[in-house]
Write a protein that binds this ligand. Structure first.
Ligand code: CNA
Length: 257
């Protein structure tokens, strides 16, 4: 399970931190309060702040960090049953983890839907408009096309239901960079069997690790990259990680050219 804390080392600030790059960027649009950016009512009133954020988070702007590549390495080693993420920055995909292994619980910019006729579009179709600060409109009915990011009150993607099969099968649960405050995602942490160890790597002790820990819980508190590097070291995977990161960074450098 992953959250915003795995992407802060990539330079993506927490949406909620006052004075962060993203929010200072949004202030010019005079949003009444930060959460309004993910509220449908406000979106229909003024979609521009959301698209400013979309422009920032569209694939290509930020790069995966050690944490994403550690998860990719777990996948390469066929140890990753599934990665449940709350993040909408697409960095799990960018690290090379296939979509079939991901549950992007709060959606992604990979696809979009017309808010009027409900036609679906690939995320790339919106790219030119978003980059040019234009609100994308449906070519068929002219309705506003909204990337498939889950707004407050909207249902989670149907893939989220995979948790019903995945969590009882897991034999280790890693929880990385999340405050475990947003439901229903947070409660997934309780869905592994009681005998299954849960490892939290996060700055603070959160959720059930704070209020009713299980006997096999382990918390590695502090910076997520530091915690992941320590785990990788204990596993004896440091060289493999370095090779993977070098290979993947080379690919991304190639795409930038
Ligand atoms: P959150 O509530 O902001 O919690 C983040 C957690 O990560 C906190 O406990 C922090 O202490 C911890 N943290 C932050 N940076 C580090 C670090 N470098 N090392 C260790 N720990 C760190 O974020 P959640 O994901 O739990 O909240 C869910 C919201 C936030 C979801 O709806 C997300 O879509 C939304 N969000 C997403 C992104 C993104 O896509 N990158 C960015 C910001 C917010």
């Amino acid at each position: 399970m992953a959250g915003a804390g795995i992407s802060t080392p990539s330079g993506i600030p927490d949406f909620r931190s006052p004075g962060s790059g993203l929010y200072s960027n949004l202030q010019q649009y005079n949003i009444p309060y930060p959460e309004a950016i993910f509220e449908l009512e406000f979106f229909f009133h003024n979609p521009k702040p959301f698209f400013t954020l979309a422009k920032e988070l569209y694939p290509g702007h930020y790069r995966p960090n050690v944490t994403h590549y550690f998860l990719r390495l777990l996948h390469d080693k066929e140890l990753l049953l599934r990665l449940y993420t709350q993040n909408i920055d697409g960095l799990e995909r960018a690290s090379g983890i296939p979509a079939s292994k991901l549950v992007e619980a709060h959606g992604s910019f990979a696809s979009a839907t017309c808010t009027v006729c409900r036609r679906s579009f690939p995320g790339e179709d919106l790219w030119a408009d978003v980059m040019a600060d234009r609100v994308p409109c449906c070519p068929v009915c002219t309705g506003v096309v909204k990337p498939d990011i889950v707004f407050f009150g909207e249902p989670l993607p149907s893939r989220f239901l995979l948790h019903l099969a995945d969590f009882p099968m897991a034999d280790l649960l890693l929880i990385l960079g999340t405050s475990l405050e947003v439901e229903p995602f947070a409660s997934l942490s309780e869905m592994v069997q009681k005998s299954v160890p849960r490892l939290l790597i996060n700055r603070d002790l959160v959720g059930p690790f704070a209020w009713h820990p299980r006997s096999r819980d382990v918390a590695q508190l502090g910076d997520v990259v530091h915690g992941v590097e320590r785990l990788v070291d204990l596993l004896g995977w440091t060289q493999e990680m370095q090779d993977l990161i070098q290979r993947e960074t080379g690919k991304l450098d190639g795409q930038d050219r």
